[in-house]
Ligand binder design. Structure first.
Ligand code: CMP
Length: 140
């Protein structure tokens, strides 16, 4: 089957607890390949732009403050049905509702500090990947 790509972010709660490797292992064990990766600190402007669709939500300001509170690891994941596959291994946004053995069930601290972000559709994956990476930075 055709390979596709999705954007993943390892969030500040996870980098703070030194969980990048543990999360990458779970991603790789799920069949996804990390074809681009960088550790960065988001600016407020970047975080606001990335989460612009949530601008009107009550949690927007806290979410932006959380996302700039420490380093994040942005990555491109590749595999069959990459968006869906990543959503399955991440688990539900709210860790209390996440399936056992998912990244969020194992590691998330709260609905906000939920350790990882993943694109929610193939269309959004294309624009989110383009937000952080040039084609030359993605090595499949
Ligand atoms: P993410 O998948 O990155 O997309 C939006 C983020 O907003 C979400 O994960 C959470 O980190 C954060 N968030 C905080 N509160 C809520 C909430 N009540 N519902 C959904 N997302 C929330």
């Amino acid at each position: 089957m055709a390979q596709s790509r999705t954007l993943s972010i390892i969030k500040p709660d996870a980098t703070r607890r030194n969980l990048t490797g543990a999360i990458n292992s779970m991603l790789e064990e799920s069949g996804l390949r990390i074809v681009a990766q960088k550790r960065i600190r988001l600016t407020r402007e970047q975080a606001e732009a990335f989460y612009a669709v949530h601008r009107a939500r009550p949690f927007f300001k806290d979410l932006v403050n959380f996302m700039i509170s420490g380093p994040v690891v942005v990555q491109v994941l590749e595999g069959e049905n990459a968006v869906e596959r990543n959503r399955t291994v991440m688990g539900a946004t709210d860790p209390a509702k996440a399936e056992r053995n998912t990244i969020r069930a194992r590691f998330a601290e709260s609905i906000e500090a939920n350790s990882v972000h993943g694109s929610d559709s193939p269309e959004n994956a294309v624009s989110e990947i383009g937000f952080f990476f040039t084609p030359a930075e993605i090595v499949g």
